[in-house]
Design a protein around this ligand. Structure first.
Ligand SMILES: Nc1nc2c(ncn2[C@@H]2O[C@H](COP(=O)(O)OP(=O)(O)O)[C@@H](O)[C@H]2O)c(=O)[nH]1
Ligand SMILES: [Mg+2]
Length: 318
């Protein structure tokens, strides 16, 4: 047998380009859910983060269109493009969570929605003739909007954060943080942090042994910023001759992109530049995996109890 020529160049270092080419062809998909009371600026924030790159959308993108209060869970799909890379962004808007006088179980439709996506994915995975590439509707990130009260989390927020963090990557933000002074903002943030710790609410990014030093340091800096104090705007204002996203009020102008004004840029970098891929991976490896093993165990239990299973696995999935 001819010896393998280890000195010669065989070209497997092109594997990253091969993977890249395949991924680019397939495109990327990112599914995000926004949760929080009506009027906290959910739609505005999403628009502020991604609007500059929108190339097609189904749903409200135009400021002139009337606001409609969201009454049921609905998805808006945007195709965004940057330097030839296309990202399919699905934004799931939730009904005015916490808007009612009685908010008992108001989180249930949201949790159900998230689990339904896992369930649909699992069903497709279990199909004998399964598609080679399964359309992924699993939620990769949940932006949770905290009202800028300056006091503390509401009891309902704590309950819902706890429930959500068990099924999805949750990223809390302090909405409309321009309504707080910098000092109020900081103490509110610290208060929220200690409440989250007190209630043992585990938020993304999670600790992992697989992280290298740099990744660990990056995650620590992200964790120190969470909850991001953000400001959104659908309007541009002129600052120093440049048109930027901002809000003009009686006292001056807030530049959404200025780090001294708010943490919008940190949130955007985190979502789009540093953690986009990890949010997707973590969804598959942690949240979906937990769902999947629970479902499969339940199925096994079920079939060992009855000799003749009445249903096919697909049918009996929740
Ligand atoms: N002061 C301030 N107002 C905001 C901010 N974000 C959005 N708004 C305003 O709040 C209102 C409700 O925003 P919207 O995005 O529709 O809230 P949603 O119901 O949570 O989707 C609009 O008039 C926005 O212009 C913000 O960061 N600061
Ligand atoms: Mg909205």
């Amino acid at each position: 047998m001819a010896a393998i020529n280890l000195n010669g160049y065989v070209g497997f270092d092109s594997i990253t380009q091969q993977i890249e080419k395949k991924l680019l062809k397939r495109g990327f998909q990112f599914n995000i859910i926004v949760v929080g009371q009506t009027g906290l600026g959910k739609s505005t924030l999403i628009n502020t983060i991604f609007a500059a790159h929108l190339i097609d959308s189904k749903g409200r993108v135009n400021v002139e269109e009337p606001f409609r209060q969201t009454t049921e869970i609905q998805t808006v799909s945007h195709l965004i493009e940057e330097n030839g890379i296309r990202l399919r962004l699905n934004i799931v808007d939730t009904p005015g969570y916490g808007d009612q006088v009685n908010n008992e179980n108001c989180w249930e439709p949201i949790i159900k929605y998230i689990k339904d996506q896992h369930s649909a994915y699992l069903r497709k995975e279990l199909t004998a003739m399964r598609e080679r590439y399964i359309q992924d509707t699993r939620i990769h990130c949940c932006l949770f909007f905290i009202a800028p009260t300056g006091h503390a989390l509401k009891p309902i927020d704590i309950v819902v954060l706890k429930k959500l963090s068990e099924v999805v990557n949750v990223v809390p933000v302090i909405a409309k943080s321009d309504s707080l002074t910098l000092q109020e903002r900081e103490s509110f943030k610290q208060r929220i942090k200690s409440e989250l710790a007190h209630h043992n609410i585990k938020l993304y990014p999670y600790d992992s042994d697989e992280l290298d030093e740099n990744e660990r340091a990056l995650n620590e800096s992200i964790k120190s910023l969470i909850p991001f104090a953000i400001v959104g705007s659908e309007k541009n204002v002129i600052i120093d001759g440049k048109s930027v996203r901002g809000r003009r009020n009686r006292w001056g102008v807030i530049n959404v992109e200025n780090e001294n004004h708010c943490e919008f840029v940190h949130l955007r970098n985190f979502l789009t530049r540093t953690h986009l891929s990890d949010l997707i991976e973590t969804t598959a490896q942690i949240h979906y995996e937990a769902f999947r093993s629970k479902q499969l165990l339940a199925l096994k239990d079920q079939s060992s109890r009855q000799e003749q299973p009445q249903q096919s696995p697909q049918q009996s999935l929740a």
